[in-house]
Design a protein around this ligand. Structure first.
Ligand SMILES: Nc1ncnc2c1ncn2[C@@H]1O[C@H](COP(=O)(O)OP(=O)(O)OP(=O)(O)O)[C@@H](O)[C@H]1O
Ligand SMILES: [Mg+2]
Length: 253
């Protein structure tokens, strides 16, 4: 579904990703872990098409299409979803307005029939219930005054409504309380654990992986994937730390 080869990029002239390769097939869940500043969020933003994240080399193919030839909204319409480490607030725009417009603009781009008001509300209610988010929250402006955990839940409601093919979730577990972690984990499984979908989970801890079991775990350090393995790699890292598992020279490279 997604094949990244030798990706390099720069932000404001500074090289961050330095030859990153990663391949994700439909039906798979991949986790990326790695030290602070390694380039995990940069990878997510670069795939999403954030301005100023300049691709300087390498390729990324999404369902056979050159991802970098698409504008950000075209990537979204093609089925790419990004869950942000720090979800943005949009004062003056309610969640419901935002979600309905996002969904219908994606449907328009794909030549599908748009949802009318009633159909959309039914869908929103179903997905909000899945994530244990009160519908009243969806009437409020996007993320304004939401707690950290509420922002993450609202983001997963958005994912449920947009129903992407590939979700890249950047520290979706941060800020969640113990019960919310379970609810969000179950929500990710319900929405994304399907043979025709895939997930890339960026996380620092095993806790989310207890609920959303990864098929592969990768370590991103110094702008590239330096180690890949199965779910046991996350447990080894948590027990022993990056320097022990990778060797100190790799972590600081
Ligand atoms: N606008 C920018 N200008 C210069 N450097 C930047 C910019 N944005 C990010 N960086 C740098 O890129 C590097 C990678 O940052 P990134 O946010 O991708 O790390 P991360 O792996 O997601 O870390 P964390 O685990 O803390 O979230 C960091 O050294 C960061 O300071
Ligand atoms: Mg980050």
């Amino acid at each position: 579904m997604l094949t990244i080869e030798n990706l390099t990029n720069e932000i404001d002239g500074k090289a961050i990703l330095k030859g990153l390769s990663l391949s994700i097939n439909a039906g798979e869940i991949h986790a990326i872990m790695g030290p602070n500043g390694a380039g995990k969020s940069t990878l997510a933003y670069t795939l999403g098409g954030r301005p100023n994240y300049e691709v300087t080399g390498g390729t990324a193919s999404f369902d056979g299409v050159n991802l970098f030839s698409l504008d950000p909204h075209e990537r979204a319409a093609a089925g790419l979803f990004l869950g942000f480490q720090y979800p943005v607030e949009i004062p003056g725009v309610s969640n419901l307005q935002f979600l309905r417009e996002s969904l219908n603009s994606q449907k328009r781009a794909r030549g599908e029939k748009e949802l009318n008001g009633g159909e959309f509300i039914r869908l929103a209610k179903e997905k909000a219930a899945l994530l244990g988010l009160d519908m009243d929250m969806l009437k409020r402006p996007v993320n304004v005054g939401f707690s950290g955990g509420e922002k993450k839940r609202a983001e997963m409601v958005q994912m449920g409504i947009l129903d992407p093919k590939l979700a890249i979730l950047d520290e979706t577990d941060s800020g969640l309380d113990i019960d919310a972690l379970k609810v969000v984990g179950a929500g990710i499984n319900a929405i994304m654990r399907k043979p025709d979908k895939a997930v890339l989970l960026i996380t620092h801890y095993q806790r989310l992986l207890d609920y959303v079991k990864p098929d592969f775990v990768h370590v991103l350090a110094g702008g590239r994937i330096v180690k890949s393995g199965g779910p046991e790699l996350a447990l080894d890292l948590e027990r022993e730390g990056y320097a022990e598992v990778l060797g100190a020279e790799v972590v600081t490279a």
